[in-house]
Design a protein around this ligand. Structure first.
Ligand SMILES: *Cc1c(COP(=O)(O)O)cnc(C)c1O
Length: 384
């Protein structure tokens, strides 16, 4: 009999239950589904701010919306550059374009896939406005180095924590609190979910105000029906917030269980030949990544899949510096704001090698048992 793996796309791999139903019922019976007048989204913001020890948390409609708010906070001039990693969800990059700025891809560490601070430093120029670090798969990105770089060069550091709920960076702080703005996602495939949803966290009152205004059409509700700044409608609904609050209460246990099973797998495959294992420190285990320097990740993925293990090579079809979108157009028939800029298609040989040959990701889940871990270890060893 094939062992079934719980999945984030199924009820058996999610923590959705009676608590979410009760919270939803309460909102529906209240008659108020909008977060402008309701209480659930504001309560979610207070709870997330408290959990992260941040002065402000602002809810919005998705992780991509949260990243758009963070780019708004960085306030690039049209045509300014924002440096980020080519191994991430496109939601990290789309908001840069949406603010008419130019994404510049820096290469990554060959062992972790995280942004390489030296590669970032080499790309900082007169038009660079911000750096977006991604805590990839839940592993802490080198934010201390990136923060030092950002401070030295007068840049805004944004942390994309969509895959990194409760990830800890080496100084012990939570990922998302080292930069000027941290962003979170509640999309279906993340640690906790309300289908779609997002949050930004920041300690900066001025940035918080700019982001809150942008998420609500530039409308300062306290000042009457008047529009101070340009903005969109990125509001979270009370329905999303009700589910998200119930999910947030379960988050510590979700991350603790993922950590326990991932560390059990690490122990079981200690010394696996030709493999770079992930470091457990601070990791929140959105996925379990492995690097195979010899370049056999696609073959290993096929071997694991044949045993019913949800594993894939590369994570992306191509790193984002190779994505078809850069051949344009972006708006109408225009390539603005790119207009032939080199930044979006700079070669990133280490990222390309990871995606094409060396990176393997195994879906991870808080409901994996000893049996799931043992099967993964056994199949990894039998391939080796
Ligand atoms: C999921 C994800 C996003 C986008 O979040 P959505 O809620 O899907 O819009 C951005 N960055 C990373 C790293 C992600 O994993």
């Amino acid at each position: 009999m094939v062992l079934r793996f719980p999945s984030m796309a199924d009820a058996d791999g999610r923590t959705l239950g009676d608590e979410e139903l009760a919270a939803l019922g309460e909102v529906i019976r209240s008659g108020m589904l909008s977060s402008v007048w309701g209480t659930a989204a504001r309560a979610l913001e207070r709870e997330v701010a408290q959990l992260y020890g941040a002065r402000h948390a602002i809810s919005c409609s998705s992780g991509t919306a949260a990243l758009h708010l963070s780019v708004v906070a960085a306030a690039p001039e049209p045509g300014d550059e924002i440096i980020t990693t080519p191994i991430t969800d496109f939601g990290t990059v789309a908001p840069i374009l949406a603010q008419n700025a130019v994404p510049v891809f820096a290469d990554v560490d060959a062992a972790t896939g995280a942004l390489d601070p030296d590669a970032v430093a080499a790309l900082i120029g007169p038009r660079t406005r911000a750096i977006i670090a991604v805590h990839l798969f839940g592993a802490p990105a080198p934010v201390a180095e990136l923060r030092a770089l950002a401070d030295e060069r007068g840049l805004v550091l944004i942390e994309d924590c969509a895959q990194a709920w409760l990830t800890r960076v080496p100084d012990g702080r939570l990922a998302g609190t080292a930069g000027s703005v941290g962003t979170l996602s509640l999309q279906q495939w993340k640690h906790i979910t309300c289908g779609d949803g997002g949050l930004v966290i920041t300690d900066d009152d001025r940035l918080a105000k700019a982001m809150r205004l942008f998420a609500d059409k530039g409308w300062d509700r306290a000042a009457g029906r008047s529009h101070e700044t340009f903005g969109l409608n990125y509001r979270m609904t009370e329905l999303q917030a009700a589910v998200a609050r119930a999910q947030l209460a379960k988050l510590p246990a979700v991350v603790a269980r993922r950590r326990a099973s991932a560390e059990a797998l690490l122990a079981a495959i200690d010394g696996l030949p030709d493999t770079v294992l992930p470091r457990p420190d601070g990791h929140a285990w959105w996925l379990f990544p492995l690097v195979r320097p010899r370049g056999d990740a696609p073959q290993l993925a096929a071997h694991l899949s044949a045993a019913g293990i949800p594993a894939r090579a590369g994570y992306l079809r191509e790193p984002l510096n190779r994505a078809p979108v850069w051949s344009g157009p972006i708006y109408g028939s225009s390539a603005f704001p790119l207009d032939g800029a080199a930044g979006p298609t700079l070669p990133c040989p280490r990222a390309e090698e990871l995606v094409e040959r060396t990176l393997l990701v195994i879906d991870w889940n808080e409901n994996y048992t000893d049996e799931h871990v043992a099967l993964i270890a056994k199949e990894l060893r039998s391939f080796a």
